[in-house]
Write a protein that binds this ligand. Structure first.
Ligand code: IMP
Ligand code: MG
Length: 178
């Protein structure tokens, strides 16, 4: 297993690129069946999902559009702590099928917040696609519609995921060595 050092921490390979790409093909096959006649707007949640979104899009065979959004956090504005606010979605999504593309669903707080906001903007339906899913740490009643891989509750980097902004460029996924 290959090891990398990023800033002060050591990581080792846990999911090789070939397995990632294989699981994306399976996600795409399912989307190609489900979404063929829905003309969906794919919405890539930056920064982490850029690599997953690119590889996923290459495997989709139905008409669709893609847009890119960011999540801005405002703390202390509600009793629950941090509100994550969607910025950059300028398309008219009234009545449309929207597919949110995420790198990872951990607690599920981010993606459920985004889903509620997109529904509030008038989308007909919102599907959630995530490359990685940590079911053990997911606090919300949430099962993503499309999951590349379910993984244990460990900190990972690579394939778009970062540690303090670094390591997004790694082709494989690496897990923190404890
Ligand atoms: P959630 O709101 O807890 O589901 O958080 C999801 C966000 O946390 C993701 O979009 C990532 O940016 C970040 N995140 C969660 N787990 C990891 C990880 O293992 N490595 C890097 N980023 C992570
Ligand atoms: Mg993210």
């Amino acid at each position: 297993m290959a090891r990398v050092k990023v800033l002060d921490k050591e990581f080792e390979t846990s999911i090789p690129e070939a397995s990632i790409l294989k699981s994306i093909e399976q996600v795409a096959d399912k989307m190609n069946k489900d979404l063929a006649d829905k003309d969906p707007l794919m919405v890539c949640v930056l920064n982490g999902a850029f690599m997953f979104a690119a590889d996923l899009m290459k495997n989709l065979s139905f008409p669709c559009q893609i847009s890119f959004v960011k999540v801005a956090s405002y703390s202390g504005t509600s009793s629950t702590g941090t509100i994550k606010h969607l910025i950059g979605l300028n398309e008219d999504i009234a009545g449309r099928t929207v597919v949110l593309i995420e790198d990872i669903v951990d607690t599920g707080i981010t993606i459920m917040g985004l889903k509620a906001q997109v529904l509030g903007m008038g989308a007909k339906e919102v599907k959630i696609a995530t490359m990685l899913f940590k079911p053990e740490s997911c606090t919300k009643e949430l099962v993503p519609d499309y999951v590349g891989m379910s993984i244990p509750n460990d900190f990972i980097i690579g394939y778009g995921l970062d540690y303090d902004g670094y390591a997004r460029n790694l082709r494989d996924i690496y897990t923190l060595v404890k």
